[in-house]
Design a protein around this ligand. Structure first.
Ligand code: AMP
Ligand code: TRP
Length: 345
């Protein structure tokens, strides 16, 4: 397999209610990777329309995710922040991948089954084909590393299968076009740490999600100190004090979740948190968690508010990022066209 220059790519959907799960599972990783890698972070608006969206709300949500990226510490000058629809090569490569991916592969995607629910006949074709677009997002840059939360693992495996099948199907043409023994890297998921799957504050067996009807299920990045405090205090727990060992968290999903959140927010392990709070009552632990959450998230929410009040600035960041991303995507898309045997100007 050819060797590829390391490049990080990830995406977040502009579907409102950015929450602590997005922050701990994805965005904090995005921020950290800037020190070691070139990074491209995308507001995936084409993904958002796989389910119905109100156009005005979509515009606001694209700006809000962009503001969150910047407020959390992503540098749009040294790295790239942009929205997907401004680089048409994503959709173009997605079509090619629709012809690479097999129906059998997509039929296995658990997220489609969850999102389509019982009324599958009425789900959009886009919702079904979405993992091929996600593969295109990554591979149109020939990106090698993809920080995501646990829920995206299966989609990343599909992206690797698509890359591999494309490399195999066109191996002769890839070689004769001067790309050695593989055009696409097999992108690696980066899923690490104590909060790769942050759970609902109301139910420790359900993922924290943007679309949960209960706002008490999640901490939004725009929540103020009072809201954060209320939500943490109301978070579901059990009557036992915290255990001293991680093993003691296994049958206690709510306790496990809160300890994981505390660990991720303070950048230590769950074992470290239990060394400090083992034997403590939840009332004590929750007070500490409120202080920590407010200290970490308060400044981010305030900065997001400041940024979204200046849409012209946000839009200029996206325009600049799209232009730079577009240059990279075009070059790779042209190579794909050559490999496929298309004629181009
Ligand atoms: P989405 O909001 O679905 O676009 O997700 C954006 C990123 O946040 C993806 O990398 C997801 O895997 C991650 N993510 C979403 N929800 C959670 C969660 N509850 N816990 C951890 N990561 C999450
Ligand atoms: N599917 C991801 C989600 O729902 C978002 C996404 C789209 C993405 N394209 C991507 C993530 C490419 C990583 C890489 O969270």
């Amino acid at each position: 397999m050819a060797s590829f220059k390391e490049l990080v790519f990830s995406g977040v959907q502009p579907t409102g209610n950015l929450h602590l799960g997005n922050y701990l599972g994805a965005i904090t990783k995005f921020v950290a990777l800037q020190n070691s890698h070139d990074c491209i972070y995308c507001v995936v608006d084409l993904h958002a329309i796989t389910v119905p969206q109100d156009p005005a709300a979509l515009t606001a949500n694209i700006r809000e995710v962009t503001a969150a990226f910047i407020a959390c510490g992503i540098d749009p000058k040294n790295h790239i922040i942009f929205n997907q629809s401004q680089v048409p090569e994503h959709a173009e490569l997605a079509w090619v991948f629709n012809c690479t991916a097999r129906l059998g592969w997509l039929n296995r995607m658990t997220q489609f089954k969850e999102k389509a629910g019982k009324d599958r006949e009425n789900a959009s074709v886009g919702l079904y084909a979405y993992p091929a677009l996600m593969a295109a997002d990554i591979l149109v840059y020939r990106a090698t590393h993809v920080p995501v939360g646990e829920d995206q693992k299966q989609h990343l495996e599909l992206a690797r299968d698509i890359a591999q099948k494309f490399n195999n199907d066109f191996s002769t043409s890839i070689e004769s076009n001067g790309f050695g023994d593989g055009f696409f890297p097999l992108p690696e998921p980066l899923i690490q740490g104590p909060a790769t799957r942050v759970m609902s504050l109301r139910d420790g067996t359900k993922k924290m999600s943007k679309s949960d009807p209960s706002d008490y299920s999640r901490i939004n990045l725009t929540d103020d100190a009072d809201a954060i405090a209320q939500k943490v205090r109301k978070a579901k727990t059990d009557p036992e004090p915290l255990p001293s060992e991680e093993k003691g968290l296994e049958p206690r999903p709510e306790a496990d979740n809160l300890v994981g959140i505390y660990a991720a927010l303070s950048d230590v392990s769950k074992a470290d948190v239990l060394a400090e709070f083992g034997g403590a009552q939840f009332s004590t632990f929750k007070s500490a968690l409120v202080d920590l959450s407010v200290a970490k998230l308060g400044p981010i929410g305030a900065e997001m508010k400041r940024l979204v009040a200046d849409p012209a600035y946000i839009d200029s960041v996206l325009a600049d990022g799209s232009e730079r991303a577009g240059v990279l995507a075009r070059k790779n898309m042209n190579a794909v066209k050559d490999i496929l045997g298309f004629i181009r100007r």
